[in-house]
Design a protein. Structure first.
Length: 564
């Protein structure tokens, strides 16, 4: 029995039907793709408008920079011009260095604002990335940031494969990273379009071989650095001309009793003040605090203003403004009674103590990582609740403090505010800016000096005080405090930096001086008998007059003291 042949017309109809089904599927796929693209563009537009609306920088002075840390200061160029060059050429990574408070974050936000303002569909998408806020920046830099902006996983995959990015990564040092983000995120490799990576970092955070953390790897050449794909710039301090322009723009922002001439006269006359305010944060702080700092004082030529004075005045001013704001508001029952309790006990002093305790907890619990994530359900029983719970007193103090919040993330408005307070929570030897800052406080605050001395004394009997004692002695030495003839028997200061210290005839019997730096220190007639001195750094062979044979034996037997 033979199969019946189908009629040609039927075959034609089947072909047409198949074509229609296939074409309908293609059309549907195209429509779906168009809808996805429209959704992505809508989400990008929403992000653009959000970031533009959030930008606040009433006074902005474009920073100058130089090509490297070693470059002379007479070869400066506008940083924004160098970044525009980076965006236009074939380089993939640009590193921007600068001292603490040099204006790196301010520049990053300005760059993001400019790029978003002139963004149009199909161009590079600027992503400002606060590195300390991400959990895995070394692996999911783009995806994790896009998720915070509510992009779906499908959209993220589409964007990573088909769009260009400018990643503006802020706070490499604050996130305590050591990895090469370009390499670990496999940027500009298969599956990704052209990506520009700009990273800012404090100069003090980096060692001599820092470039290995930032220079891209050459594709196809294992462990070979592609130096031709890397650029670098270092933000330089404000010039006197830039400071004057800044003051000129600052004065009209709100009604003030001082005019530009008042500020400039004080900046020029008060000793070392012009050098102190050569970065935007310190300059803003100074302009806010200076009228109160000099109020009632005369003889400005002899007046000395320090960062400590500016910070303390600014914090007091900030808390005072918030206290008056709360007094004008109609507070609910619980908050009203809490506010009145704070007023009775001293609102400003409680506010300062709250911020000190929070800074100490951040260094103790998070090793100094500045961002605190808090949700009531997850963290209600943790240390974070003492600062971020809904308790009325805590809520008022938090709202009046120098803190900012984005969603569940809390942080001090600037890292230097956080750096005012730590002492016993971590090894500060690797944080020279903090050490210097606290040394200035010693020079003007006798109570703080005594507090440090007490911590050193406490270390004689309390092993847990060793870190605080090492920090304290380091700070005191940097402040110029002499320990000639001091009784330091049994102190525990492992790792302290005592370079340049005065310890003539000091009693250091049984002290823990492990890994201490004694370079250029004066230790003539110091008694070091039975002291622990493994890894002590002298910088050169020490000269010790033999007071006791045991002291000299203790020094010679340590065996591991290294020479410079």
């Amino acid at each position: 029995m033979t199969a019946e042949r189908e009629h040609p017309t039927a075959i034609g109809e089947q072909v047409v039907m198949a074509w229609r089904v296939e074409n309908a599927t293609t059309v549907h796929s195209d429509l779906t793709q168009d809808q996805d693209n429209q959704n992505i563009e809508a989400t990008i537009h929403t992000l653009k408008m959000q970031r533009l609306s959030e930008y606040e920088q009433p006074v902005y002075i474009s920073p100058m920079s130089k090509a490297s840390l070693q470059a002379p200061d007479d070869t400066l160029f506008p940083l924004m011009d160098k970044v525009k060059e980076f965006l236009a050429n074939d380089c993939q990574v640009m590193l921007i260095l600068g001292d603490s408070r040099a204006g790196k974050s301010t520049f990053n936000r300005r760059l993001e604002y400019v790029l978003w303002k002139f963004y149009s569909t199909g161009e590079r998408i600027p992503l400002f990335i606060n590195l300390p806020a991400l959990d895995r920046p070394e692996k999911e830099l783009i995806a994790e940031q896009l998720r915070t902006h509510r992009f779906s996983d499908t959209q993220i995959q589409e964007l990573e494969q088909h769009r260009h990015f400018v990643l503006i990564c802020d706070g490499y040092d604050e996130s305590q990273l050591t990895s090469n983000l370009h390499t670990t995120n496999a940027l500009n490799r298969s599956g990704q379009r052209d990506t520009k990576l700009l990273i800012t970092c404090r100069s003090q955070y980096l060692g001599p071989d820092y470039r290995i953390r930032f220079v891209p790897e050459a594709i196809g050449k294992y462990n070979r650095a592609a130096d031709d794909l890397f650029m670098e710039a270092v933000i330089t301090p404000f010039s006197k001309e830039q400071i004057e322009v800044y003051v000129e723009r600052y004065v009209p922002l709100e009604p003030r009793t001082w005019v530009k001439k008042d500020y400039m006269d004080k900046l020029k006359v008060i000793r070392n003040l012009m050098d102190l305010v050569r970065n935007p944060f310190m300059l803003t702080l100074c302009l806010e605090a200076l009228p109160n700092v000099v109020e009632g004082k005369s003889g400005f030529l002899k007046l000395r203003v320090t960062r400590i004075q500016l910070y303390d005045t600014f914090v007091q001013h900030w808390l005072g403004v918030n206290k008056r704001r709360l007094q004008k508001h109609k507070l609910g029952g619980g908050k009203l009674s809490a506010f009145e309790e704070l007023l009775d006990d001293g609102f400003e002093s409680n506010g300062i103590r709250f911020q000190q305790d929070l800074a100490a907890a951040i260094f103790r619990e998070q090793e100094g990582r500045p961002i605190v994530n808090y949700t009531q359900m997850r963290d209600g029983d943790s240390w974070k609740a003492s600062f971020f719970s809904s308790d009325a007193i805590i809520s008022i103090l938090r709202g009046a403090s120098l803190l900012s919040r984005i969603g569940n993330q809390h942080r001090f408005v600037h890292r230097s505010i956080l750096e005012r307070y730590p002492l016993s929570q971590r090894d500060l030897i690797v944080e020279p800016s903090i050490i210097q800052f606290l040394a200035e406080r010693v020079q003007m605050d006798s109570r703080f000096r005594q507090q440090l001395l007490d911590l050193i004394e406490q270390s004689k009997t309390d092993n847990d005080a060793a870190c605080a004692a090492a920090n304290s002695l380091t700070i005191l030495i940097k402040a110029g405090v002499s320990f000639v003839g001091s009784d330091l028997r049994g102190i525990q200061v492992p790792g302290a930096d005592l370079s340049g210290g005065q310890f003539e005839s000091a009693q250091l019997q049984g002290a823990d001086l492990t890994r201490v730096n004694l370079t250029r220190s004066w230790i003539r007639k110091a008694d070091l008998s039975e002291a622990r001195m493994e890894g002590v750094q002298f910088g050169e062979l020490p000269y010790l007059e033999e007071v006791e044979k045991a002291a000299l034996t203790a020094l010679c037997d340590c065996g591991t003291a290294r020479q410079g």
